[in-house]
Design a protein around this ligand. Sequence first.
Ligand code: DX5
Ligand code: ZN
Length: 231
Amino acid sequence: ARPCLIAPSILSADFARLGEEVRAITAAGANWLHFDVMDNHYVPNLTLGPAVCAALRPHTPMPIDVHLMVEPVDELAALFAKAGADHITFHPEATRHVDRSLQAIRDAGCKTGLVLNPATPLSVLDHVMDKMDIILLMSVNPGFGGQAFIPQTLDKLRAVRARIAAHVAAGGQPITLQVDGGVKKDNIRAIHAAGADVCVAGSAVFSAPDADGGYRGIVSQLKAAAAALPA
Ligand code: DX5
Ligand code: ZN
């Protein structure tokens, strides 16, 4: 079976102890470090910049998965590439030239792809499938952790999964399908079954009760729940 990778979002970590938190989720068996960048312009919140990315880089071997919620895109993308990011994804409506932004991130040595908001149509993918390594589907509106999963995302996931399969069948490169927002133990099975390869989990990981066995416990419970056979 396809594994379901877990990408804890440090948006929900303790910002006063970020290095420790990153080491802890690394030791817990997480797969990617999801790094939410908000600019109080594209989204109404403000988070972390390239200096924080560079400071955390030595604390984990996990890929640093930068999710840019910023407008414009290109200048910050270049700074994150220099700061040690492995993946840089962005929202197509936040840049003037989508194809150019994708190419620039790849030229800087990072994996890249587009992020689709809940209301963004799949047509934004049409002419850039060959320029992407990742497609990130938002299952909440961007800007905050701790929101509820929007159930319509499941249909959208199946549709994007089918597009990726058609692209690969036609000789295209593989594209990783990622989901972000409201992923919990009780919905990750449906999300993975609908096509997600990677699930971001912010509050589910960092606000897990101690009874779940700390970060190691919740990360393994999320993976096990994703892989469970349907009831
Ligand atoms: C929302 C961010 C998400 C968020 C996920 O704008 O892109 O990555 O941190 O947090 P949860 O898992 O709590 O919904
Ligand atoms: Zn995110």
